[in-house]
Write a protein that binds this ligand. Structure first.
Ligand SMILES: NC(=O)c1ccc[n+]([C@@H]2O[C@H](COP(=O)([O-])OP(=O)(O)OC[C@H]3O[C@@H](n4cnc5c(N)ncnc54)[C@H](O)[C@@H]3O)[C@@H](O)[C@H]2O)c1
Length: 367
């Protein structure tokens, strides 16, 4: 079997804790080179995993003709531009979410895909969780059979806590200066809202991406309302996803667990899933189905087909297989740009709603 020859860019937290260990454990690929701007850190990771080549710049790695495809986890603000350089060098790309922090940056990635003929997969691991895959099948079956009636409402409740799930993979760190990053902020976003925007985007892009996938939505999401509190993160967003009302409840607690579930309500039943802490290994999302379409009403817990595995390992396997056989990605950049659009719209609504009472007050006092 010919193995896919991968390069990896960025040797930070996600690279070391998740993606590099997964790549070296997958038989269908081999890791031939890494690139890290901090040379001491790069050498530590190279030695730990016995990786043949180390580059200090992603552009040097991109020029390596020995590499078939590249995986990437850089700083969230710049990894989209690194992906563009990789596409232009003729490489297919696996990149961490978010693909971009503005629609403008995301559109440049799609333009580079088009001109290069190469493809980007964005790492939305929830779409590769075996529990979520079964949930998606159950929703699709119920929609096709119409036995539970129509989908009326979706609730996603996502209160974060300890997302690392005790993951004990080694993590090398160095005292080198972190590289400077150029931010492509949305032009309309006020400076004082940037931190809240990033804090919200970094987590809830996952939740929005998952709900869109459950509902088979590739576009046409409308933001109806957004209240995200004083810190721009704790609150509720109301969306219309293909005619279905959806709420996304967001917040963080000092909590050892991870309090996230998604429930899809039909006329005569529901499908519900609870998410594991993000990095918890080999614990898939739960699957529960309530049916009121039969004489005896039932709530059933199911288990994923194929047993336990790790969403992050499965997403990397998927990338390697799709590059090798040309099959479409389950989370292609051409779809995930929609998440960037929705995120910008949520924040526009949130900022407008927050400033509306102040404007109304100043109009009233001017009278
Ligand atoms: N899917 C998930 O569950 C999940 C969880 C956490 C973070 N993330 C995403 O993963 C990405 C990376 O996060 P992280 O915590 O690993 O970040 P990090 O800062 O720990 O790692 C990024 C690394 O990239 C290096 N780097 C930056 N520019 C580079 C360049 N041009 N060439 C080579 N190396 C470069 C930095 O020196 C750093 O070592 C972020 O976009 C984040 O949103 C995803």
């Amino acid at each position: 079997m010919t193995k896919l020859r991968l390069g990896y860019i960025g040797c930070g937290y996600m690279a070391q804790k998740v993606h590099i260990p997964n790549i070296v454990a997958i038989d269908a690929c081999e890791l031939v080179a890494i690139a890290e701007v901090r040379p001491k850190l790069g050498r530590m990771v190279q030695e730990r995993y016995g990786i043949p080549k180390l580059y200090q710049s992603h552009r040097e790695l991109a020029r390596d003709r020995d590499i078939d495809a590249v995986a990437l986890s850089g700083h969230y603000a710049v990894q989209g531009d690194i992906a563009i350089d990789l596409l232009n060098a003729g490489k297919d790309v696996f990149m961490e979410k978010p693909m971009a922090i503005s629609v403008e940056q995301a559109e440049r990635i799609l333009a580079a895909e088009k001109s290069s003929g190469k493809r980007v997969m964005v790492a939305y691991m929830k779409r590769y969780d075996p529990g979520n895959i079964r949930v998606k099948e159950l929703i699709d079956q119920a929609v096709a059979a119409k036995d539970l009636g129509q989908i009326r409402y979706v609730r996603n409740h996502g209160f974060g806590g300890d997302w690392t799930g005790g993951l004990d993979t080694p993590f090398d760190q160095s005292d080198e200066k972190y590289p400077d990053c150029a931010f492509t902020w949305p032009g309309w976003l006020p400076e004082k809202n940037r931190q809240g925007y990033i804090d919200y985007l970094q987590q809830y892009t996952h939740n929005i991406n998952l709900v869109r996938w459950f509902l088979g939505s590739t576009g046409g999401v409308t933001v109806k309302a957004a209240e995200l509190g004083a810190n721009g993160v704790h609150g509720v967003v109301v969306l219309d996803v293909g005619g279905v009302p959806v709420t996304i409840e967001s917040g963080w607690l000092d909590y050892e667990g991870w309090d996230e579930h998604t429930q899809v309500f039909f006329d005569k039943g529901w499908v519900r899933t609870e998410a594991p802490p993000l990095l918890l290994k080999n614990v898939p999302a739960t699957i529960e189905v309530y049916r009121a379409d039969q004489a005896e009403k039932s709530a059933t817990k199911l288990f994923p087909k194929g047993g336990r595995n790790w969403s992050y390992r499965e997403e990397m396997r998927h990338f390697v297989a799709c590059v090798a056989n040309g099959a479409p990605f389950r989370s292609p950049a051409s779809d995930t740009i929609e998440d960037v659009r929705v995120l910008e719209d949520i924040y526009k609504h949130f900022i407008a709603a927050r400033s509306a009472p102040a404007q109304a007050q100043s109009r009233a006092s001017a009278r």
